[in-house]
Each structure stands twice: as C-alpha cells, then as structure tokens.
Design a protein around this ligand. Structure first.
Ligand SMILES: Cc1cc2nc3c(=O)[nH]c(=O)nc-3n(C[C@H](O)[C@H](O)[C@H](O)COP(=O)(O)OP(=O)(O)OC[C@H]3O[C@@H](n4cnc5c(N)ncnc54)[C@H](O)[C@@H]3O)c2cc1C
Ligand SMILES: *[C@@H]1O[C@H](CO)[C@@H](O)[C@H](O)[C@H]1NC(C)=O
Ligand SMILES: *[C@@H]1O[C@H](CO)[C@@H](O)[C@H](O)[C@H]1NC(C)=O
Length: 432
C-alpha cells in the first residue's frame, strides 16, 4: 500500500508518521524548497499531546519544547490580571497528556527517521481523483492507493475533491504576527516585560473587538506575539506586509507593558483569517482531505494544529487496522481477496470522514464562540464575563464554574485513537 500526501505541514507529517508506523509506503510532496518553521510557536493541547505520545515523539517534544505552565487573561487597558489558569501538571493529571509548545521539527525528524520519502520543492498542480494521481509542475505523475490533501487552507486538493464548488469565507478578523528574540525584549530594561518573559505560559489581553496573545517559543529563546483585530483588508488578499504604524495605532491605549513589547516589533505580517462552511464531503474516490484543507478555524482555541495531527494519525491508524485484517486473511488460502480494493479504501476514507466531521465542526464553532467572548465591548456583559473568568479553568480542579472545563473536556479529553478502533470494528463487521 502506498499513500501520497500533499503538504508537509503538521497534519501531513503526523499522517506520514502514523502510516510509516504501520509499514505503509509514504511519499510527501511539499511545495516549499526547504524546511520552514511554520509550526514553530504553535501550541499542542493535551488531545494533540496524546497523539504525540502514540506516535512516539512525546519525549523529544518535552525535551525540546516547553510545557505551558499557565494561561493568563489580562484586561486590555491596564493589564489587570483577570485570571491565571493553572496548566502544567494540572493538565497532565486530568488529561493524561501535557499542553506543550513547538513541534514542527520533531515531527519532521521522526517522519524521515521512519523512512517517509519527503520531497521538498515540488509543487502539486493537479490531482486526479481517479487513479488517484498527483500531477507535479513539470508533468511528473505520482500515484498511490490513496492521496491525502494535507495542503492547508488554500488547498488545491480540495478543489479537485469538491469540483471547485466551495470557497473560503471571511471570519471578519485579521491577525498580525511577530516574533522576538528574548534579548530584544530584555533590552527594553522594563521590569514588567521581564516578568512576562519569565513566565512559561500564554498571556492574553482581551479588549473590545480585539485581543492579543504573547507566548514563549523555542524553549523561551524567542517569543511570539499575535494581534487580532477586525479585518479591513481587501477581499481576496490573504497575506500582506503589515504596516507597523497602523498596527501600533490599533492597540493605542492598551496596557503599557503590551505597548512596550509592540514598540520593538521589527517587521510584521498581516493575515486575513478565513474559514469554510461545513463541507458536503472531504472525500472523492480514494482522495481525501485533512487539517486546514477541510476545517480551517479561527486560532482562538489553539486547536487548529491539534485537529490536523488527530486527522493524520487516524488515517494512518485506520489503514493499519485494515492491513492487519488482510494479513490475517493471507494465512487462509481459501480466500482470494487478500488486498484492499479501491471500493474498500473509499469506504474506509468515508469512515475517517465520519469519525472526524462532528468533533472538528464543534471545535470550529467553539472558536467562533470564543471570538464573541474575547471581544466583548466594555459594559455589563463584559463585567459578567470577567467575573466568571475569575473562577474558570480547563481542568475540574481549576474550574469552579464547571462551564468552561466541561466545554473543554469535549475536545481536550478526546481519545480519538481508541474511539477509532471501536469505529473500525463496527465498520469491518458491516462492510465485509
Ligand atoms: C495567526 C495564527 C495563529 C495560530 N496559532 C495556532 C496555535 O497556537 N495552535 C494551533 O493548534 N493552531 C494555530 N494556528 C492554526 C495552525 O497553524 C493550522 O491549523 C495548522 O498549521 C494546520 O496544519 P495543516 O497541516 O493542515 O496545514 P499547513 O500547516 O498549512 O500545511 C500545508 C502544507 O502544504 C503545502 N502545500 C500547499 N499547497 C501545496 C501544493 N499545491 N503542492 C505542494 N505543497 C503544498 C504548504 O507549503 C504547507 O507546508 C494558527 C493559525 C494562525 C493563522
Ligand atoms: C464540475 O463542475 C463543472 C463546471 O461547473 C461541471 O460541468 C461538471 O459536471 C462538474 N463535475 C462533477 C463531477 O460534479
Ligand atoms: C484599516 O484599519 C486601520 C486601523 O483602523 C487603518 O489604520 C487602516 O487605514 C485601514 N485600512 C484600510 C485599507 O481601510
């Protein structure tokens, strides 16, 4: 069996590792000519952490990344601490996996070590859903039993699967993203900024229509700042060089500590945040989609990357379970069908889609809900939110309101691989 994966993002790499662990041949086709550190500075909540353990990379991650110790919510005007939610061991105890940051390189190294053939600098121009085949710039054709479109929000494979019938929808927000060296921030000589840099966790300032997030990456050697605000980029434009002056003006009057950090932004990128309506289908014949290609989300739940790696791990797991079934059959010479037919693979990919549709749709909706909660105008509702936030957490122990932890448990507590084995058994019983 051979799987062709378009895109070496976090979802594509997780899929490659999961397939290789089952002994399945893997080719990954990646447009960018070299390793980009796209995933650097992305967080992995415990549902993703559990997948990392199943893929055998958790020790490396804990070694190279850092465990998020707390998430602080602050008032935009004065930086007043609304709530510091304990994460760290509290999370690990409750969800049986840590909340970590930074994982692109670890996944890439593991995929290569397991023998995935990762080809950088190849652009997929077209995907034929019959075959199936990926056609590269220059005409080369790469075929396999399955093609997985892990090619992100602008997915070309999605266009083949859905025959160009669905387009991206604006979320109404845009993001500025900047990265700092620790020394740059220390050079400010500001006590409050230094305090923030000492915290191995996430700090978020919540204001009307806008919020910002600040957190360490690369084990605290660098910091990421993401600023979110209403989108006024022209339609169609996805990414532009950001105007620093305009960015500063957008956050004028916010917490002085945040302003100081903003004052040393060297350059900035501006992204239009888009997502998709719920797709009619992720799968056409033996071609399917995963991650941002089929369920892009507002980054307000830190779930985008975790969902992509869950998808990838499940595809690998299902193919592995199917293969195990045929291995068993091979020992029985009276049976002739000891290889999966395209029909079997199509049905299995439909099962994958069925398993993943509901939880990913729920997560995308939850991020939209967070947008409303984070961006409340000053007033009564905001006061109620801040009051409730004082008692909220994502674990039972830290959450006195029940509301937020029971909502979080639906994503953070998922054991998707276990659920997937159960679903496979039911499918196997009805399909064969
Ligand atoms: C501002 C912002 C902040 C975010 N913060 C977080 C966070 O804290 N935590 C979190 O979990 N998520 C976060 N996300 C979301 C997260 O980045 C994505 O959900 C995740 O990276 C999706 O992974 P993916 O593998 O599906 O796609 P991608 O990472 O987009 O990978 C797609 C890959 O496919 C390649 N590709 C595309 N087209 C082709 C082609 N035609 N041929 C060959 N290769 C191709 C691309 O080069 C790319 O490498 C954030 C997103 C944004 C915009
Ligand atoms: C795809 O779209 C084209 C043009 O809109 C249409 O002619 C064609 O029938 C569609 N194909 C399928 C399989 O839906
Ligand atoms: C978008 O909004 C910002 C902040 O209000 C403003 O400075 C900028 O000029 C606006 N851009 C456009 C294209 O309207």
């Amino acid at each position: 069996m051979r799987v062709v994966i378009v895109g070496a993002g976090l979802g594509g790499l997780a899929c490659a590792i999961a397939c290789r662990r089952e002994g399945i041949d893997v080719v990954v086709l990646e447009r960018s000519p070299e390793v980009r550190e796209v995933g650097a500075g992305i967080q992995i909540p415990p549902n993703g952490g559990r997948i990392m353990r199943d893929l055998g990379v958790l020790p490396q991650l804990l070694d190279q990344g850092s465990q998020v110790q707390q998430v602080d919510f602050r008032r935009y005007k004065d930086g007043h601490l609304l709530r510091s939610m304990p994460f760290g061991d509290d999370i690990t105890r409750e969800y049986d996996a840590p909340w970590i940051a930074d994982y692109y390189r670890v996944l890439l190294d593991e995929a290569i070590r397991l023998g995935a053939n990762i080809r950088f600098g190849v652009e997929v121009e077209h995907v034929l859903t019959d075959g199936p085949e990926a056609i590269l710039a220059g005409g080369e054709r790469v075929s396999g039993n399955i093609v997985v479109g892990a090619d992100g929000i602008g997915s070309l494979v999605r266009h083949s699967v859905l025959n160009d019938t669905v387009s991206l929808v604006e979320t109404g927000d845009l993001a500025y993203r900047a990265t700092f060296q620790k020394e740059q921030l220390e050079a400010l000589g500001d006590d409050k900024v230094n305090d923030l840099c000492q915290r191995v966790g996430v700090t978020s300032w919540l204001g009307p229509d806008k919020h910002t997030i600040f957190y360490p990456v690369r084990g605290g050697k660098e910091f990421n700042l993401v600023l979110l605000r209403p989108d006024n980029l022209t339609q169609g434009s996805r990414r532009e060089k950001g105007d620093i002056q305009e960015m500063r003006e957008s956050y004028a009057g916010w917490d002085e500590t945040l302003q100081k950090i903003i004052s040393c932004v060297p350059s900035i990128d501006k992204w239009k945040l888009t997502h998709l309506p719920e797709l009619p289908s992720w799968t056409k014949n033996t071609v399917t989609l995963l991650g941002d290609a089929c369920h892009p989300t507002l980054p307000y739940q830190a779930q985008g990357a975790a969902m992509a790696v869950e998808d990838g791990a499940i595809i690998g797991k299902l193919l592995g379970l199917l293969q195990a079934r045929y291995r068993k059959l091979e020992r029985d010479p009276s049976l002739s069908d000891n290889e999966p037919t395209p029909e079997t693979l199509i049905s299995l990919l439909k099962l994958y889609e069925q398993i993943r549709k509901a939880p990913t749709t729920r997560s995308v909706q939850a991020a939209i809900m967070n947008r409303k909660l984070f961006h409340l105008q000053d007033g009564l509702l905001r006061s109620i939110r801040d009051f409730l936030l004082r008692y909220a957490g994502v674990t039972r122990k830290s959450d006195w309101t029940w509301l937020s932890s029971s909502r979080q448990r639906r994503s953070l507590g998922l054991d998707v691989l276990k659920d997937c084995s159960i679903a496979f058994e039911a499918w196997e019983a009805s399909f064969f």
